[in-house]
Design a protein around this ligand. Structure first.
Ligand SMILES: Cc1cc2nc3c(=O)[nH]c(=O)nc-3n(C[C@H](O)[C@H](O)[C@H](O)COP(=O)(O)O)c2cc1C
Length: 149
């Protein structure tokens, strides 16, 4: 059993639905999960797994609710915290999933250890992104892969 912190960046709620679905799946596998809708990096436990789940808005911008968290990451040392990023976006934008990819880079810069590549979900192809996110989690996240031999 592990503790998982899910950090959400969302404007319209889609990433929040994804976070809820991931939490449900993780809890089924006996993991403890907290969801952060107004994430403050200084308040989130650092010995746990972090899953960052964020959309992109504006032209490649962070959702407002995760802007502070992104700024905080610039000043943090998170080695050896395990993390992964699930990025929601719309492939009709040139800046497809840019916020999620920037968050991945900021986490790398802080010394945190990626458990997977960024998982980009194109909402044009996947109108119910939580379904594909849960499927991906079960197949790729080390906490889940171990449970699905
Ligand atoms: C005003 C606006 C700007 C957007 N800009 C981008 C963008 O630059 N890149 C991208 O990949 N998706 C962009 N999107 C698509 C959103 O990321 C996508 O709809 C996502 O599912 C929203 O998730 P949320 O409900 O968690 O905010 C934009 C959507 C809107 C409404």
């Amino acid at each position: 059993m592990a503790n998982v912190q899910i950090i959400v960046g969302s404007v319209l709620g889609a990433s929040e639905y994804v976070a809820d679905a991931l939490a449900e799946k993780l809890r089924e596998c006996q993991h403890e999960v907290d969801i952060h809708l107004e994430p403050d990096a200084n308040e989130i436990a650092r010995h746990d797994h972090w899953i960052i789940c964020s959309s992109t808005h504006g032209a490649g911008d962070f959702p407002d609710n995760i802007q502070r968290f992104a700024t905080q990451l610039n000043q943090l040392k998170l080695d050896p915290l395990p993390f992964c990023v699930i990025a929601l976006g719309d492939s009709s934008y040139d800046t497809f999933c840019e916020a999620g990819n920037k968050l991945h880079q900021l986490m790398l810069k802080s010394g945190a250890k990626p458990q997977t590549d960024v998982f980009e979900i194109d909402v044009l192809q996947h109108p119910i992104p939580e379904d594909v996110a849960v499927e991906w989690l079960a197949q790729h996240h080390p906490l889940m892969v171990d449970k699905n031999p």
